[in-house]
Design a protein around this ligand. Structure first.
Ligand SMILES: NC(=O)c1ccc[n+]([C@@H]2O[C@H](COP(=O)([O-])OP(=O)(O)OC[C@H]3O[C@@H](n4cnc5c(N)ncnc54)[C@H](O)[C@@H]3O)[C@@H](O)[C@H]2O)c1
Length: 322
């Protein structure tokens, strides 16, 4: 089993690589080689099998062709210019999220060997313009350039799968919280900052009203679901290859209440409240109430308890308070 993770230097890619290293198998086969590709060569993870690291810009078609010329059994496509950045820089978003995705699909099409391709879409493919809760068969009507680029990728994944060029599976990821490390350019970044920074003894800014809802999932459950998506049979997805990963609907207020319950009043005091109209507008346009019946029927998991998500972060990813 040879696996390639594109976007393997990012948050989810790295967690996925660590999970695969721990599992040692995928689709019932021993992993023989894991390759991580990203704009900058990713740090390899330690694993009981060879792990290689590759610098790759997916907008560079010859470079994508060269890396995919070596036949991969499973390819995870997690590379993206994320939401706020794709909104601020339309060309950068199109270049990676649209043309980059197209390049990966085209490179797969030219292979004799049909790979399993797991594609990270986003809840941003949906909007609040449609009846809520959003069901699996609700039309994607994204209200951002990022969401539109992700939704286009979903359609292409369907057609490339129908034609037998890839065995595609797409996952609309909920906002993944708590993200370790530094804030990123996603409009959703603050959902992690308001938990992570206070726990690490640093101040954080909440840029939206606390009544704002979000559809979120933990890194642990998200990565487990990405593994499961590679393991199911592609035919089980029918013509619509992308599904919504299970998440939980929670308000910012309830997130902060869970932070107080886990870490106490002093930690909560590090969260300041302001308003950022740009972030508010983007986040308000994302649906926070979804049904993920298809994923649950396929055995994918869901988080039930936000306090547990905080405790998991403290156990695995938290930097000790400064
Ligand atoms: N984390 C979330 O909350 C969330 C929610 C919804 C969807 N997603 C999607 O899941 C995937 C992984 O998210 P993440 O949180 O790990 O994001 P991330 O930003 O941490 O990782 C994405 C990686 O893609 C790489 N990348 C960007 N442009 C590239 C290019 N042209 N060529 C090669 N690599 C490039 C970046 O360097 C980065 O390491 C993304 O596709 C994202 O859109 C994530």
């Amino acid at each position: 089993m040879r696996i390639l993770i594109i976007g393997g230097g990012g948050f989810v890619g790295r967690k996925l690589a660590e999970r695969l290293a721990g599992n040692g198998t995928l689709r019932g086969e021993t992993i023989a080689h894991l390759a991580l590709a990203d704009l900058a060569e990713p740090e390899p993870v330690s694993a009981p099998f060879p792990v290689t690291a590759h610098a790759l810009d997916i907008a560079d078609r010859p470079a994508v062709d060269a890396l995919l010329a070596s036949d991969w059994d499973v390819i995870y496509h997690l590379a993206a210019v994320v939401s706020a950045q794709a909104e601020a820089d339309f060309v950068a978003g199109m270049r990676t999220n649209f043309f980059g995705t197209f390049n990966i699909l085209e490179a797969c099409r030219e292979r004799v060997h049909t790979p399993v391709l797991v594609y990270a879409s986003s809840v941003a493919a949906y909007s609040t313009d449609v009846p809520q809760p959003v069901a699996d068969w609700t039309a994607t009507t994204p209200q951002t350039s990022y969401g539109t680029q992700k939704a286009v990728g979903e359609l292409l994944l369907n057609d490339y799968s129908r034609r037998g060029f890839v065995d595609g599976r797409g996952a609309r990821l909920p906002t993944v919280v708590v993200r370790p490390g530094a804030p990123n350019a996603a409009a959703s970044s603050f959902f992690s900052s308001i938990i992570r920074e206070p726990l690490q003894g640093e101040p954080a800014m909440c840029p939206v009203d606390v009544s704002q809802e979000v559809w979120l999932a933990s890194p642990r459950v998200t990565v487990g679901n990405l593994v499961s998506l590679a393991e199911i049979e592609g035919e089980a997805l029918g013509g619509m290859r992308t599904l919504s990963l299970p998440g939980m609907t929670i308000t910012v207020e309830a997130m902060l209440e869970a932070l107080r319950a886990v870490a106490g009043e002093n930690v909560l005091g590090l969260v300041d409240h302001g308003r950022d109209p740009k972030i508010e507008e983007i986040v308000r346009g994302w649906s926070a109430r979804l049904e993920a019946d298809r994923a649950l029927a396929l055995g994918l998991e869901r988080d039930e308890d936000f306090e547990r998500i905080i405790r998991d972060f403290m156990a695995t990813d938290m930097r000790p308070p400064a």
